[in-house]
Design a protein around this ligand. Structure first.
Ligand SMILES: [Zn+2]
Length: 131
């Protein structure tokens, strides 16, 4: 049974971190800890864009609108309108915006996601009412 290098505690071979002192016990755990410390340092230095209050508020509102739209889409229980409402709900979620932004190489903040959301909702309402 291995011991912790830092404090000497006897460890079960499969632990990532020492339960007594927190010392990482393998390469992957050490890397995760380094990444975490770097993210915290970036946040403290203000380089993390998510610290912007208005962006955080828009993101929170986006989650609420997105999830409500998806649930409403399923409540309708009609094939095409449901798909369109789900697409609308998903398109306004902040992580989806960041992924799309990486793919197309453009900013996809709330000013881009909201019109996309509106187009899908309009199409969903049209399909629901007229098909
Ligand atoms: Zn230890």
């Amino acid at each position: 049974m291995p011991d912790c290098d830092a404090c000497g505690l006897s460890l079960n071979g499969s632990v990532n971190f020492c339960p007594r002192c927190g010392q990482p016990q393998n390469e992957a755990a050490a890397k995760r800890l380094d990444d975490y410390v770097e993210r915290q340092a970036a946040r403290d230095a203000g380089t993390d864009t998510r610290t912007d209050d208005r962006t955080a508020l828009a993101d929170r509102a986006s989650y609420i609108v997105g999830y409500v739209t998806i649930v409403a889409g399923f409540a309708i229980t009609a094939d095409l309108p449901t798909v369109l409402f789900v697409l609308a709900g998903v398109s306004i979620l902040p992580p989806v915006g960041r992924i799309l932004g990486r793919i197309v190489g453009l900013s996809t903040g709330i000013r881009v996601r909201a019109p996309l959301f509106a187009v899908f909702v309009a199409a969903g309402v049209a399909a629901w009412q007229f098909l």
